[in-house]
Design a protein around this ligand. Structure first.
Ligand code: T1G
Length: 696
């Protein structure tokens, strides 16, 4: 017996245990092992029933995603064929769901004749999150067991349901709680002489055929650029309009088409990328970490308030300090308003909000921070101000406390110099709004200890954030790349394009908004002050005069009802402003540019070349550990469309040689802003990959 499949017998009952850690994925070896065991069971006259279960906390987490692009060995059947053979068995086969049954795991269970589940088991078809559909009979069997509405909810939504709900809708026959395997064997003995129940033979009748178009309308707002959600609806619909065999055929065709398409490859890349970020060289499960049972935030502004909310949401008491009582009270009031909006939207109950507000206490006295485990400084981006705060913290905070800065670009190495604990100084860069955005750039300064790194990486998980470890550099990773791409967008405006044309191109690529709309949201004044600060680093490079001219008009964005766009009262979406267009044309003239047309494709090429080349520089400088880490940062922090992976994965798909050529071409226009990355050049020449690149 292969080591991933164990087989036992008790009386007339056979028991398969899938033991393929870490997720009992249906790898080639597992599929082969099950197929051989099922074939032997069918022939074995001493056996009357067969149970399939899983070892550990999961039943089966699905097909093995790592094998999607591998050639299937000739002696391994396709999963959907194995499941059909289980369903055709002349003797009953029971799925004993000891835990998570997802994707192909639930499809395997539905090919069985009976299903029993542990009360803690979850059952789901999450394939849509990978840009595919259930490809082993799920779209045809699930509606036969639970009906159209539930099947659509599970397959199109992709979320699992609990065993109890599964029992209620007929997906599970019994819930077992005591000794799960012996109870499963008892169940098998009960049904072993009652014959089989092939799911595929269940007749389907549709009562309301409009349900499918209703679902298509329902998913539209969140399915921009996606194909899989619509294909899920079509396959479930096909189950009601075709024979079982025909439905399986259609499902298979659509599954293969999606699986081999660029969008699913990108989403599968992101699945693994999100898991790679936790792998830090030198950091292991045994690395000592500091328990974070209390926190403090210095600065009761928008960011400080949002950060404090994250701790309260994780049930961690948090103090919020500012220089005046008024500032503290205002900050806490803003927090309450944010929470009240969540109550109004039904996300939280009033009781939850009260409990969380009790965890947040304001102060103006540094002494009150003396016993907290971590302090996060979140004040204005001014180095001297930050150093002064860290000096105070060094005096009052207990020696083991971690001192973190939420700075989005300043040098944390320099901040650390004013403390006696550089090993405990780091960055925790939250993205605005801090209580909403999942991304955290965890910044490792040159003396930050591995224990401090381990602590803040674990803190990200505690706060339900996606923490990516980055190094100290201008703008760290995300903003470093964003500012170069945004400058190139501004340069194109100086040379002939208009903000609204560029934003439309970037929106149509899949971003939630373009760079100019994003700047109006974050503040033209904020970008202006960062750019002024950056002149210390890049003073000799071309500067964005249009940004400086716009700033001088006092049009700072949504906060002033007008920036690049004008915002009519209550409107979140701005409209092109003729006054700004006039300013742009005047600026072009003063700069000596003869304004010219930019095609949409050229705009996209220039913008992405800037983004990708700067990402390659970031990798070259060791500020990010992997290309896939950059993809996670851009998906979670800036809305890079997941069905395109991230900038690094996307560059691989376009072709690094093409990207490198574009960068060299645009380097003549933008100078060192697009100085070709040596890493990009090397990978392009070697046929390498940015998305797979890793410094470890
Ligand atoms: N294939 C390969 N590896 C997998 C895997 C899978 N299906 N699921 C998990 N892993 C790895 C994961 O990469 C990580 O590896 C480790 O297991 C622990 O995962 C035919 C075609 C199950 C909820 O989409 O949602 O079936 O980093 O860190 O937080 O129709 O993993 O340790 O090296 O996420 O406890 C459908 C995907 C597949 C479920 C557990 N199934 N997995 O979460 O641990 S397509 C899915 C998850 C399919 C059929 C189709 C989660 C989890 P490493 P983890 P976790």
């Amino acid at each position: 017996m292969t080591e991933v499949i164990k087989f036992d017998k008790e009386d007339r009952i056979g028991l398969i245990t899938i033991d393929n850690p870490p997720a009992n994925a249906l790898s080639f070896a597992v599929v082969k092992g099950i197929a051989n065991t099922v074939a032997n069971f069918v022939e074995d006259t001493e056996l009357s029933a067969l149970i399939i279960s899983g070892a550990g906390k999961m039943f089966v987490a699905g097909a093995d995603i790592r094998e999607f692009n591998m050639a299937r060995p000739k002696d391994v059947p396709e999963l959907h064929n194995l499941i059909n053979s289980i369903e055709e068995s002349p003797k009953p086969i029971i799925a004993a769901l000891n835990g998570l049954a997802l994707g192909g795991g639930l499809e395997l269970a539905m090919g069985c004749h009976f299903r029993v589940a542990h009360e803690k088991a979850l059952l789901g078809q999450p394939e849509v999150k990978l840009g595919i559909i259930p490809g082993a009979g799920g779209t045809q069997r699930l509606p036969r067991l639970v009906g159209a509405e539930m099947a659509l909810k599970m397959i199109v939504g992709g979320e699992p349901i609990a065993a109890k709900e599964a029992l209620g809708v007929g997906l599970v026959d019994e819930i077992l709680t005591e000794d799960f395997i012996s109870d499963s064997i008892a169940f098998a003995k009960k049904v072993m002489s009652g014959g089989t129940r092939p799911t595929g033979k269940i007749k389907l009748e549709i009562t309301d055929s409009t349900i499918f178009d209703k679902w298509r309308d329902k998913i539209k707002p969140k399915s921009r650029g996606l194909d899989a959600p619509y294909e899920c609806v079509s396959c479930v619909e096909a189950a009601f309009n075709n024979s079982f065999e025909k439905g399986l055929e259609l499902e298979r065709k659509i599954f293969v088409n999606l699986r081999d398409g660029e969008k699913s490859k990108a989403m599968r890349h992101m699945f693994f990328a999100e898991r790679e970020i936790n792998k830090v060289p030198g950091l292991s499960r045994n690395t000592e970490t500091l328990d974070i049972n209390s926190a403090a935030v210095v600065g009761a502004g928008t960011m400080g308030g949002g950060i404090a909310m994250n701790f309260a949401n994780a049930s961690i008491p948090v103090k919020i300090l500012d220089i005046t009582k008024d500032a503290v009270e205002t900050g806490i009031e803003i927090i309450r308003k944010n929470y009240n909006r969540s109550v109004a939207s039904g996300r939280f109950t009033q009781e939850t909000v009260e409990k969380r507000m009790e965890l947040i206490t304001g102060t103006t006295d540094y002494q009150d921070l003396s016993q907290v485990d971590i302090v996060i400084e979140a004040v204005f981006e001014d180095m001297e101000l930050k150093k002064g705060i860290f000096l105070e913290l060094e005096k009052v905070c207990k020696s083991e406390a971690i001192l973190a800065s939420n700075t989005s670009s300043l040098d944390i190495n320099e901040i650390a110099t004013v403390t006696n604990r550089p090993d405990k100084v780091c960055g925790t860069h939250f993205f605005s709004p801090a209580n909403v955005m999942k991304l955290m750039e965890n910044v490792r300064a040159k003396d930050t200890s591995i224990e401090t790194v381990a602590t803040i990486m674990r803190l990200s998980k505690t706060l339900k954030k996606t923490g990516v470890l980055v190094g100290v550099g201008d703008g760290f990773v995300g903003n470093r790349m964003m500012h170069v791409a945004a400058r190139v967008a501004e340069f194109m405006v100086e040379e002939g394009a208009l903000p609204w044309q560029i934003d439309e191109v970037i929106y149509n690529f899949g971003f939630p908004m373009g760079p100019f709309a994003m700047n109006d949201l974050a503040g033209v004044d904020v970008r202006y002050s960062i750019r002024q600060e950056q002149k210390k680093l890049y003073g000799d490079r071309r500067q964005s005069i249009i940004l400086e001219n716009l700033y001088q008009t006092g049009r700072f964005g949504q906060k002033t009802n007008g920036g690049w766009y004008t915002y009519d009262k209550g409107e979140r979406k701005g409209r092109p402003e003729p006054e700004v267009e006039t300013l742009i044309v005047e600026t072009s003239k003063k700069l000596g540019f003869k304004r010219r047309k930019f095609s949409d494709q050229e705009i996209l090429d220039r913008y992405l070349a800037a983004l990708i080349n700067t990402g390659a520089h970031v990798l070259e400088e060791g500020l990010a550990m992997r290309g896939s880490d950059i993809d996670v940062i851009w998906n979670y922090g800036y809305g890079f469309p997941r069905y395109r992976g991230g900038p690094m994965f996307y560059a691989d798909q376009v072709g690094l040689d093409k990207i490198y050529k574009s960068v060299c071409n645009y380097n003549t226009d933008y100078g060192d802003w697009l100085r070709p990355s040596i890493l990009l050049e090397r990978l392009a020449s070697e046929g390498g990959s940015l998305g797979k690149y890793s410094i470890d």
